[in-house]
Ligand binder design. Structure first.
Ligand SMILES: Nc1ncnc2c1ncn2[C@@H]1O[C@H](COP(=O)(O)OP(=O)(O)O)[C@@H](O)[C@H]1O
Ligand SMILES: [Mg+2]
Length: 305
């Protein structure tokens, strides 16, 4: 549905987007995961046509998406990172303005505004001024404003920043339901939990480059699981401690011996050793790596500053 070819955007000497190529299929819930300054909003603004790329092309259904191609633009909806609503107008008035901008009128406009307010549980607040709304309520309104004209591709730029957990869940549920109905979503975030929970495919972005791309499983498969094995302190664990010295990851905590195998540790050999010493492990945990761990692995830095 959407194809980005070697997309590049510079601000003076800074390359905010550095030759990004990407294909997003119809009905995908695509996550763009990266820290602040990675280039997420720049990518969104190029796709939304708010800025022109310095190089590269954007194709929607195989057709170039240029400023002149306004018909294609109506296929897109943008939920901008900073809330774009009129503070001194009511929720309903705001939605009417957005609808009218997309050419909706009369009964159809009224019906869609009502439906949108209902969808994000703001119907009973429709006549209240937006400036009296909580951050989460404004976010929810900002979200449905981008969908009034029923775009087939929705660009959501960090839609949950500064949102209470309840509104956050409402936003997740709303977007997941729309995605199940066939809406294609590009969702940017610096929260790995959101990418993990929502997205069918994830692109990890940093310094304007896509570093890794795939489903959660595909992304995390190359990373080792993190195992931890604990033993109660007995005379035998002292022997075990001796045997494992130099292998790293060995600590004594709360009277128990804790061993964190490295990626190259053979667990079968390890358990054969503990068996021969007559040491029953008290606790064995094996944890799947996270997107945070992947980001650290790829960049040497954390996702969050
Ligand atoms: N209008 C602008 N002028 C100059 N630099 C900008 C502008 N917008 C963004 N940048 C810079 O481009 C880089 C990418 O920014 P942005 O796309 O907003 O990242 P993100 O949305 O991932 O936080 C950052 O280094 C940012 O400071
Ligand atoms: Mg941004």
């Amino acid at each position: 549905m959407l194809q980005l070819d070697h997309l590049t955007k510079r601000y003076a000497t800074l390359t905010a987007l550095d030759g990004v190529s990407l294909r997003i299929g119809r009905g995908e819930f695509f996550g763009l995961l990266g820290p602040n300054g990675a280039g997420k909003s720049t990518l969104m603004s190029l796709v939304a046509g708010l800025r022109a790329p310095d190089a590269g092309a954007i194709l929607l259904d195989g057709r170039p998406l240029t400023a002149a191609n306004s018909a294609a633009r109506t296929a897109l909806g943008l939920v901008p990172q900073s809330i774009a609503l009129y503070d001194d107008l009511s929720a309903e008035q705001n939605l009417r303005i957005f609808g009218e901008l997309y050419g909706l009128r009369g009964a159809e406009l009224r019906a869609r505004v009502a439906e949108a307010l209902e969808a994000v549980q703001l119907a009973d607040r429709r006549r209240d001024l937006v400036k009296t709304f909580s951050g989460g309520m404004q976010r929810r309104l900002n979200l449905v404003a981008a969908l009034l004209h029923r775009p087939k591709l929705l660009l959501c730029d960090e839609p949950t920043v500064g949102v209470d957990p309840q509104s956050r869940n409402a936003i997740f549920d709303f977007l997941s339901a729309r995605a199940r109905e066939g809406l294609t979503v590009i969702y940017s975030t610096h929260y790995m939990e959101e990418a993990t929970r929502l997205c069918s495919r994830i692109g990890i972005i940093d310094h304007g480059k896509i570093l890794s791309l795939g489903t959660l499983d595909e992304l995390l498969t190359p990373l080792p699981f993190e195992e931890e094995i604990r033993f109660p302190a007995t005379p035998g664990t002292a022997v075990l401690g001796e045997r494992l010295r130099g292998q790293g990851g060995l600590t004594a905590v709360d009277g128990t011996l804790r061993f964190r195998p490295r990626a190259d540790t053979r667990l079968s050999a390890f358990f054969a050793l503990t068996e021969s010493l007559g040491l029953p492990p008290r606790l064995f945990t094996s944890q799947r790596p996270t997107l945070e761990a992947l980001f650290l692995h790829l960049t040497g830095r954390n996702l969050r500053e």
